[in-house]
Design a protein around this ligand. Structure first.
Ligand SMILES: [Zn+2]
Length: 182
């Protein structure tokens, strides 16, 4: 059975919000499913999800919440990472993702699944790769044992494990700095 856009929102948004809250990184945002091709997340944290994207094969192969968390990754990225030079210009970050602030242009052409990348879509731009790893991490509630097990089953390369470990440290540090500020 295929969910309507509304059903998808009703199911995935509260679950995504709860997962983010539990990790200590709640996000304020709005989301609508509207318009033509190509989803967008603007600097005011409003997500416009393209209906075509939601129904495309690549996303349907993943769990329903994966796409929601992928879009929220861009909201998180805009808020905490884009202007954070300590993170973006860090040699470890560069080694694992490349230049996260690279001018946005998706790499064209069909992509194949490969062990070096968590998903096909992760190959299209460093920020998209960040979003894919963020979605993976949050969906698993940051449970590193579960994540390592999952990556083993999927036959992923050491690079992807390191990206997930990097994400674990990043999320903990953002959650920690939010806590000490209040
Ligand atoms: Zn994206």
């Amino acid at each position: 059975m295929q969910w309507s856009h509304k059903q998808w929102l009703t199911h995935t948004k509260p679950e995504a919000d709860m997962k983010l809250r539990q990790l200590g990184i709640p996000l304020q945002y709005s989301i609508e499913i509207d318009g033509g091709s190509g989803s967008e997340v603007d600097s005011n944290s409003s997500i416009r999800l393209s209906p075509e994207d939601r129904l495309s094969k690549g996303w349907r192969d993943k769990s329903p919440i994966h796409l929601m968390l992928h879009e929220l990754a861009h909201v998180f990225f805009n808020k905490h990472i884009r202007k954070n030079h300590r993170v973006v210009d860090n040699p470890e970050t560069r080694g694992l993702f490349g230049d996260l602030n690279k001018v946005y242009k998706r790499k064209p052409g069909p992509k194949k699944e490969q062990p070096f990348y968590y998903t096909k879509y992760a190959q299209s731009h460093p920020e998209e790769e960040f979003a894919e790893i963020f979605a993976l991490y949050v969906e698993a509630d940051g449970d590193m044992r579960k994540l390592r097990h999952h990556l083993r089953l999927e036959g992923k390369a050491a690079r992807v494990y390191k990206q997930v470990e990097w994400m674990d440290r990043l999320i903990r540090s953002v959650a920690g700095s939010r806590r000490t500020r209040t």
